[in-house]
Design a protein around this ligand. Structure first.
Ligand SMILES: [Zn+2]
Length: 498
């Protein structure tokens, strides 16, 4: 049963959040970045000696840093997280020389908002990139902007539509290759982008990177996103005789199937998802080989994660961006420090807001612990730290009985603290409490016997929401994204826009 409304509301400040002072406006450095000219060149052109000129070589203190995000990749479909199928030999090979964070969670369950959290170190209601046309305000300082200030050459290579510069997450990247994401219109789901991603990554690493500066390279791999249409041989690699083929191209009809989908059809769908993962993984293996060939493997930190998970009707839905249950939030997070040769595991509950301070830490910057995030390289982020989740859904759904279309918009928030997770849907005032140790799939909501736990978590959740609201006021909010007709078509076809 659910924990119903009627819980007493109490607000008190959160002790664990460090709401560091932030600039409302960016320093002049940001303007320099937008010129696209190297900082040193600018300094020379202005007749000044460059101050604190970057160390021209990557080193243990200032390694190259690669951040890889894989679209829609659930942690439990990755080999080093215990998956039985051989979906990820390359990721597993990376993990054997890295630290595997076993309990890593996204801040939300969809692409744009999740990446905005990674890039700002902020929870969604603080960076305010929540709806499909939200654009990150220029007032925020992204991780790329911070790293440019540390002397890094920052580059992005993106394979999917939601990280295009339209949404302003490219702030700070001197080099931003969105050519792969712009291949076609209305085909975002059907695109097969891994080969082009490999070419774009090789182009940067061989030709475009500045050899005199360490680099920060962000790459976003799109293909695991629905449609599940892996190219041969991946389309048959995981299909068992018991699986019943089903059209895995059209998302809407599949979603409408809901719980009517048969186990054999679902098995086929999951096999295609796994095929997409294995295809992407094989291209990652090529990337590892390239890094070794270029003698970059040992002096480069590699972080691999996903923007969110994926649902296969565990809680009524297929896809993501529906709710905040575990299958939408639990992501792989693998961090290889420069020179690391031995694998290890870390059981702390961590969140993708932790990437911002972690990357600064890797770069040798004394970055502050931002807004609830902690560097994963340190001792912080213990079990007594809560992590939070937020989502505003924006689906237009067709009622299966009446055929009528209705707008399905709900605001979800959740807190994970210790062994418990509390979910709240604001519009319907719906509450659920789970013991996520005893019930990791979040299938059996706890009842009224756990009222005190629910009240305690609700107080923390309410206090955190107030704190985020106050924090967001430190930055000016920017205008909405102005989508071109082509971009609007792209995003309409997956159903993101109303
Ligand atoms: Zn995504």
């Amino acid at each position: 049963m659910c924990v119903q409304n009627g819980l007493p509301v109490a607000r008190r400040p959160l002790r664990v959040l460090r709401l560091c002072g932030m600039l409302m406006f960016k320093p002049i450095l940001s303007w320099r970045i937008r010129t696209g000219l190297p900082l040193v060149l600018l300094a020379v052109a202005s007749g000044c000696e460059p101050e604190n000129a970057p160390d021209p070589t990557a080193s243990a203190d200032r390694p190259n840093i690669i951040l890889l995000t894989i679209e829609s990749l659930r942690a439990d479909h990755v080999g080093c997280y215990g998956y039985q199928r051989d979906t990820t030999p390359s990721i597993d090979a990376l993990a054997s020389e890295s630290t595997v964070y076993e309990q890593a969670y996204s801040t939300t369950s969809w692409t744009l908002t999740s990446h905005a959290s990674m890039f700002t170190g902020l929870y969604p209601s603080a960076h305010r990139v929540i709806l499909p046309q939200d654009r990150l305000s220029d007032a925020y300082s992204t991780i790329a902007e911070r790293l440019v200030g540390e002397g890094y050459h920052c580059a992005g290579v993106i394979g999917g539509p939601y990280l295009r510069s339209t949404f302003n997450l490219n702030q700070g990247f001197e080099y931003y290759d969105e050519s792969v994401a712009a291949l076609t219109n209305e085909q975002a789901h059907r695109d097969v982008t891994n080969p082009q991603m490999a070419e774009a990554m090789e182009r940067f690493l061989r030709q475009e990177r500045d050899p005199d500066r360490p680099f920060f390279l962000f790459a976003y791999y799109w293909d695991v996103h629905f449609d599940f249409i892996p190219p041969p041989p991946y389309d048959t690699m995981f299909v068992t005789p018991a699986a019943q083929p089903i059209e895995s191209v059209q998302f809407g009809p599949l979603v409408a199937l809901g719980r009517d989908i048969s186990a054999a059809q679902l098995a086929y769908l999951v096999a295609q998802y796994d095929g997409e993962i294995r295809c992407t993984d094989d291209y990652l293996g090529q990337l590892w080989a390239l890094l070794r060939e270029l003698n970059l493997w040992d002096n480069t930190a590699i972080i691999l994660t996903a923007d969110h998970g994926e649902q296969f009707f565990e809680h009524s839905y297929l896809g993501h961006k529906h709710d905040l249950y575990v299958e939408s939030l639990h992501v792989p997070l693998i961090v290889k420090r420069p020179g690391q040769k031995e694998g290890s595991t870390d059981r702390r509950v961590v969140n993708l807001v932790d990437l911002y301070p972690t990357i600064l830490d890797l770069a040798g910057s004394q970055g502050e612990s931002l807004h609830g995030g902690w560097s994963l390289l340190g001792e912080g982020a213990g079990d007594d730290r809560p992590v939070f989740f937020e989502l505003t859904t924006t689906w237009t759904v067709t009622d299966r009985q009446t055929g009528e279309k209705r707008h399905d918009s709900d605001e979800w928030v959740a807190i994970r603290l210790g062994s418990h997770k509390l979910l709240h849907v604001l519009e319907t005032n719906f509450w659920q409490l789970y013991d996520v140790i005893a019930d990791p799939g979040e299938k059996n909501p706890l009842g009224s016997a756990h009222h005190e736990t629910a009240v305690r978590l609700r107080e923390r959740l309410d206090g955190w929401r107030e704190a985020m609201k106050a924090l967001s006021s430190k930055w000016l909010q920017g205008p909405k994204a102005r989508l071109s007709p082509e971009e609007e078509r792209r995003l309409r076809s997956p159903g993101y826009l109303q």
